[in-house]
Design a protein around this ligand. Structure first.
Ligand code: NAP
Length: 264
């Protein structure tokens, strides 16, 4: 009975906006794609938990922009590659918001190097930040989603996880792992009305890609049929759709937002 009441209160949207009454955790939302996603979900009606590792002022900026939209927001520092931090993050979410309905596993990093020069620590650090973090956050968030029998999880993968990339064995492996994590989790929780999907962006100018060489940038332009780079807002729009009620029959999928690079 308690479960049914909770399901009812969580699945009933109010205020005309598709995500009104939902609480979304967006990891790594102090800037870039995560920040654009947090704002997108807020515009769709959700209250937002902004997460960051070290960029406190960026997180404060995201939070202020969400509050300006009259949504509830909080900024919580946590390194999502560390289990204790993830436990603390979701405990705080539980006490401040009562749980989480939407999780976007966006936090990510790179340590680009050709595989023969790649150090074990560089491989493991990227996998921990990009992939292990998504496992830890998913496991923590599922507790409330399973109770509520409603949930949306979106993992931010990459074109590199689909096609591979020179100098990115660690990053590509982590992003391909996210696609498999997406499918396996989607199968496990489908019966509870929880969908799990991924987006795979192509090249998007952000701080993460600011150190990419001119030659690499040109390469991406050459292989992109739409002949331009993507924007954080375009990736956020795909994530917003996957979190919306209209996407309720889509699970286990990876949507490429890459200007057509990986079309198949
Ligand atoms: P970005 O501008 O560098 O932002 C990365 C965000 O992740 C920041 O908010 C950063 O916060 C946070 N972060 C990093 N490590 C973290 C950790 N251990 N714990 C918590 N937060 C952490 O990068 P972006 O381009 O927006 O990338 C966002 C996601 O999109 C990443 O997963 C990336 O792999 C993926 N992606 C990007 C592109 C692209 O072209 N930009 C393409 C494909 C996929 P702090 O600074 O506070 O650590």
């Amino acid at each position: 009975m308690a479960d049914e009441q909770q399901t009812e209160s969580i699945t009933t949207t109010t205020g005309g906006l598709p995500l009104a009454g939902r609480v979304a955790v967006v990891t790594g939302s102090s800037r870039g794609i995560g920040q654009a996603t947090a704002l997108r979900l807020a515009r769709m009606g959700a209250d937002i938990v902004v997460n960051y590792r070290s960029d406190e002022s960026g997180a404060a900026e995201t939070r202020a922009a969400i509050e300006a939209l009259s949504r509830r927001a909080t900024a919580i520092q946590a390194d999502v590659s560390v289990e204790e931090d993830v436990q603390r993050l979701f405990k705080e979410v539980e006490s401040q918001f009562g749980g989480v309905h939407i999780l976007v596993n966006n936090a990510g990093t790179t340590r680009d190097r050709l595989i023969l020069q790649l150090k074990l620590e560089e491989f493991e650090q990227v996998v921990r930040t990009n992939l292990t973090s998504a496992f830890l956050c998913t496991r923590a968030a599922l507790r409330t989603m399973l109770r509520a029998r409603w949930g949306r999880i979106v993992n931010v993968s990459s074109i590199s996880g689909i096609m591979g990339q020179v100098g990115q064995a660690n990053y590509s492996a982590s992003k391909a792992g996210l696609i498999a994590l997406t499918k396996s989790t989607a199968r496990e929780v489908a019966s509870r009305n929880i969908t799990v999907n991924a987006v795979a962006p192509g090249y998007v100018p952000t701080e993460l890609t600011s150190t990419v060489s001119e030659e690499f940038r040109k390469y991406y332009m050459d292989i992109t049929p739409l002949k331009r780079y993507g924007t954080a807002e375009e990736v956020a729009a795909a994530i917003g759709f996957l979190c919306s009620p209209e996407a309720g029959y889509i699970t286990g999928q990876t949507i490429a937002v890459d200007g057509g690079i990986s079309m198949h």
